[in-house]
Design a protein around this ligand. Structure first.
Ligand SMILES: Nc1ncnc2c1ncn2[C@@H]1O[C@H](COP(=O)(O)OP(=O)(O)OP(=O)(O)O)[C@@H](O)[C@H]1O
Ligand SMILES: [Mg+2]
Length: 257
């Protein structure tokens, strides 16, 4: 049981002064500061090579900060709390095949919770709930490699949901999805009661799903504000190599909550 909380919960994610250079000396992050409150859905935008994936890899300790800090629900990301951090931060990678490696969908979705000690009927219930959330419960006994790309993406989301994460981080979730699957994934993400950080080049998708957006450019946060405002700022957009689809008017879309 959680202790009785009398103050506001800590932010789901707090990044302070995060800088990182790859071992070959290439510096990708130059002091990133951001804070995401519990329950927010935030888009992380930025051109190719801006450092988005590098930032994501710091959120659950796959990479560790050269300088600065990352905390998840008040817990510092670092060796001491790694198992708990991995449970709290659910990352859905761009390529579902990086995430699915077991003979059946059931085993893939059960893998994380089982490693965290969940067993028996509780484990099966977690698996079926997570697959139900992404509309894939009927596929529980299928081998993941027999599924279509869009189906594998949904199962990858389920593997993360089964961990009941504090924050769901998605790297390019709409890429390679057909329009119906793209919309269905948006419906799924909106229905979840979880903090979401979504890396995307799909600006209409960001606008539809995320009330707030961050622009990461050359390894720093260059803008942070309401998604519709950022996308409507033509100078800001062009100075960070961001382009809306032809004819798309960000003011014509109202995000649904
Ligand atoms: N393993 C690595 N070693 C050295 N440099 C790297 C490595 N991975 C990425 N980089 C460099 O770090 C910078 C940031 O890369 P990153 O993959 O984080 O960008 P991104 O914003 O995710 O881009 P994209 O939109 O193309 O996915 C780039 O200049 C890239 O070349
Ligand atoms: Mg990337």
């Amino acid at each position: 049981m959680d202790p009785v909380v009398t103050t506001a919960p800590p932010p789901s994610l707090e990044v302070t002064g995060l800088a990182y250079a790859y071992p070959d000396g290439h510096q990708a992050l130059f002091g990133v500061d951001l804070s995401i409150a519990r329950g927010e859905r935030v888009a992380l935008l930025g051109p190719n090579g801006a450092g988005k994936t590098t930032l994501v890899l710091h959120l659950n300790g796959i990479l560790t900060a050269g300088a600065g800090s990352v905390t998840v629900a008040g817990l510092p990301v670092g060796k001491r709390h790694m198992a708990e951090i991995r449970r709290k931060v659910g990352i859905v990678f761009q390529d579902p095949d990086d995430q699915l490696f077991m003979p059946t969908v059931r085993e893939d979705v059960a893998f994380g919770p089982a490693a965290a000690g969940v067993r028996g009927p509780e484990l099966e219930a977690r698996v079926l709930k997570a697959l139900g959330q992404v509309g894939m419960a009927a596929y529980v006994d299928r081998p993941p490699h027999h599924l279509s790309f869009g189906q594998r993406r949904r199962v990858a989301v389920a593997t993360v949901l089964a961990m009941e994460p504090e924050i769901l981080v998605l790297d390019e979730p709409s890429s390679n999805l057909d329009p119906a699957s793209r919309r269905e994934l948006a419906d799924i993400l909106r229905s979840l009661d979880v903090t979401v950080l979504m890396v995307t080049h799909d600006l209409p998708y960001a606008l539809e799903l995320c009330p707030r957006a961050l622009i990461l450019s050359e390894g720093v946060i260059a803008a942070d504000g309401p998604t519709a405002e950022l996308l409507s700022d033509a100078d800001l957009m062009s100075s960070h190599r961001l382009e809306l689809p032809f004819g798309f008017d960000p003011k014509s879309v109202r995000e649904k909550s």
